[in-house]
Design a protein around this ligand. Sequence first.
Ligand SMILES: Nc1ncnc2c1ncn2[C@@H]1O[C@H](COP(=O)(O)OP(=O)(O)OP(=O)(O)O)[C@@H](O)[C@H]1O
Ligand SMILES: CC(=O)C(=O)O
Ligand SMILES: [K+]
Ligand SMILES: [Mg+2]
Length: 490
Amino acid sequence: MAQSLNFFVSTSHSPDFTHSYTKPFPQNPNPNRLFSLTKPPKKPPLILSASTDNSSGFTAVTPEYETANGTSPVAVLADSSPIIEVDAVTEAELKENGFRSTRRTKVVCTIGPVTSGFEELEALAVGGMNVARINMCHGTREWHKSVIEKVRRLNEEKGYAVAVMMDTEGSEIHMGDLGGAPSVKAEDGEVWTFSVRAYESLRPERAITVNYDGFAEDVKVGDELLVDGGMVRFEVIEIDGPDVKCLCTDPGLLLPRANLTFWRDGSLVRERNAMLPTISSKDWLDIDFGIAEGVDFIAVSFVKSAEVINHLKSYIKARSRDGDIAVVAKIESVDSLRNLEEIIQASDGAMVARGDLGAQIPLEQVPLAQQRIVETCRQLNKPVIVASQLLESMIEYPTPTRAEVADVSEAVRQRADALMLSGESAMGQFPDKALTVLRSVSLRIEKWWREEKRREVMDLPDIASSLSDSISEEICNSAAKMGENSIIIL
Ligand SMILES: Nc1ncnc2c1ncn2[C@@H]1O[C@H](COP(=O)(O)OP(=O)(O)OP(=O)(O)O)[C@@H](O)[C@H]1O
Ligand SMILES: CC(=O)C(=O)O
Ligand SMILES: [K+]
Ligand SMILES: [Mg+2]
């Protein structure tokens, strides 16, 4: 009985549901996939209590958590079999599926104003959040510090295993904040001023600060200015010293610190801003903050080359107490696609940051870029997060569009390790519902993968050269096939 549990537990972490006896599974070369994005809890979580009346021999888990003070995350076997470490299962999953259906696709939730309270964070943890992301583009360091503290408290007091990811601001061109307003509407035909001036106190109406000093010198009359990759569009009509006057040609909502790109004759213009450092001086201060707070991951925005990743990794190694902060390269620029393999090789993981990526390459190329990034990560054995607009409509509505569900399914089908919520969990009306959609779609597609796998013929090599060896080999082959099937039945 203990043996079969052991078998189940150990295989549940491997992506392809086959155990190590079989030949390496060619479709997925990453043995640590998924699991590598889960941080072991500092103070471990729950006791999964087993019952012997379960005829399958696997742990029957009570949906209610028991908080373990100071113990390891364990499955406790009633028959005093050895203690075995298991991946943390969320309360929601336990209720839905029991222990047998541990989700492999992890979920990263961006924390924002609607989810920064302890209770809201706990609701996300209950719903299956594996990683809480704080975006240094927004909020103050005190705000981020309090979020990190609350996540740590959840882990320590309530037994969750939520990791913290800090996402750097990066130094691409973006708008300033909107004097505290959550958003401002730009209407068709309005003239707005984008200026490199920092407005002292009150921001004049229809005026926006731009963070990049060379902005007014680099743009030309006739250029197209895209906010957030085209959510709002302007045409440059006049340049007057530090002020660039623009006509709104495609109305929409301007959000604080939204990304800006400018286009000339259908191509992205990359003048001197291409020389901006990937990690700005503000980012270095944020990184120091992240190291001091002991975040688990640092996601680097607008990575251009492997060099910056190597630099950051040695910086962390020299400063962090245990040097174990993982560095995730955000793939969101033309340069990062150009140097994709070397960047991923240098990093501990990657993020397909489709928001900004879609502002830098034509939108119709984003799905192919996603596929290439995920495949490259699979080949190089690195975890990969698919991010941005997965369930964008759920910022406002309680159910996703069918197209969004198809998009989430496709990411799981591609074997992304994790999915990320952005505005849906940071400032949307239905963060918990959005998380439920990611969880249930992931579980469904993972089940489909198992069913697909079952149809596959197991190709076991003939290696025995004597009669006694072939008897052993047959026994081993049968055990492997039985193991394969029993895992699939689960
Ligand atoms: N800490 C925060 N405080 C206030 N609003 C936030 C915060 N974090 C996120 N948001 C809101 O949620 C939206 C989506 O968050 P997200 O982290 O994806 O940021 P983003 O600005 O789109 O940029 P990035 O390219 O860095 O992801 C933001 O535009 C912002 O309105
Ligand atoms: C996540 C992020 O940075 C993006 O999609 O641009
Ligand atoms: K960011
Ligand atoms: Mg981005």
